[in-house]
Design a binder for this molecule. Structure first.
Ligand SMILES: NC(=O)c1ccc[n+]([C@@H]2O[C@H](COP(=O)([O-])OP(=O)(O)OC[C@H]3O[C@@H](n4cnc5c(N)ncnc54)[C@H](OP(=O)(O)O)[C@@H]3O)[C@@H](O)[C@H]2O)c1
Length: 285
């Protein structure tokens, strides 16, 4: 049994929710689980409680609200009544209050709400802040795949999230990286408050991973595999404290934990971001 390391968050987006994965995670010191109301066909919370209810107190548990059953699989909404009900339902279904509840990709609803996006975001944040005050969750945050639209909508009066989770890694584009940095600064987020997600863009089998050698981002490129190098580099693109990563294989999770020993070459990350910015500027809007 390794000691707990909060830098790796086991994300359950694509997971089969098998008990052996959770026991394997605990042995590896991975004690943070990230799920969402909509994962596993909107049954993630119930299945976790059924298959591993006794294990859940050993984890720090985050979930997300703001994506609801609807046409074509689901729909985003920041309706305060629906959000509040979803937080209550999450605690009921899990059999415990989550440690952290994220607003799930609020940018989807905010784009459609212009010019009222600022009020809508402030109201949604207030619902989650209120939920934390009432003890329905310990803290709240915002999880955003594309944080760029949020930048113009956060104001001094809206409650500030405790955690921001954004797309991270080599596949996150210049706009996402720059917006993430700007939000971290605007909210003055401190230690353990910035999480990355989806370091492989959902799959390590995608053809692009065979075409590059991500070990160029490491100081000592000989010790880690390519997959490990992609994962380790994600902590620097943008700079995040923890990364939510998906796997159904405890051995794979072990490789990711081992990857934390690698050191990333900041200069290479800097250069990569410069190249991304140049490329995005040269592309038509
Ligand atoms: N907007 C949002 O809120 C949002 C969006 C996306 C993701 N997320 C969070 O981020 C988490 C991770 O994102 P994701 O599932 O999209 O993608 P991901 O972590 O980028 O990729 C997951 C894939 O990587 C493979 N993998 C992991 N470690 C491996 C290893 N050592 N060797 C080989 N393959 C490996 C897994 O396959 P195996 O099962 O075979 O290991 C899995 O199919 C989600 O579960 C969720 O918590 C949040």
């Amino acid at each position: 049994m390794r000691s707990a390391d909060p830098r790796v968050v086991l994300g359950l987006h694509r997971s089969r929710h098998e008990r052996r994965l959770l026991t394997g995670a605990l042995e590896l010191g991975v004690t943070a689980l990230d799920t969402s109301t909509n994962y596993l066909g909107f049954r993630s919370h119930q299945i976790l409680a059924q298959t591993a209810g006794d294990l859940l107190p050993k984890f720090t548990l985050s979930t997300k609200v703001g994506y609801f059953p609807g046409q074509n699989g689901g729909e985003h909404s920041l309706d305060p009544v629906r959000l509040h009900a979803a937080v209550e339902q999450a605690a009921d279904d899990l059999g415990r209050e989550p440690d952290l509840v994220f607003l799930h990709n609020p940018e989807h609803s905010l784009r459609a709400a212009a010019p009222h996006g600022r009020d809508m975001l402030a109201q949604a944040c207030a619902v989650l802040a209120d939920s934390a005050t009432k003890g329905l969750c310990a803290a709240w945050g915002i999880a955003s795949w594309d944080p760029s639209p949020l930048l113009d909508l956060i104001g001094p009066t809206a409650p500030k999230p405790s955690v921001l989770m954004v797309r991270a890694g080599l596949l996150a584009g210049a706009g996402t990286l720059d917006a993430a940095d700007a939000l971290v600064q605007a909210w003055d987020l401190g230690d353990r408050a910035v999480w990355g997600m989806s370091p492989f863009g959902g799959s390590t089998d995608a053809p692009m991973w065979a075409r590059i050698d991500p070990r160029v981002f490491l100081r000592d490129d000989s010790r880690l595999s390519r997959v490990q190098a992609v994962f380790r580099t994600a902590y620097h693109l943008p700079r995040v404290d923890s990364v939510a990563v998906g796997t159904d294989d405890p051995a794979h999770l072990g490789e990711l934990v081992d990857a934390l020993a690698g050191e990333v070459e900041e200069r290479t990350v800097h250069e990569y971001r410069r190249l991304l910015r140049d490329r995005s500027r040269s592309q038509p809007a």
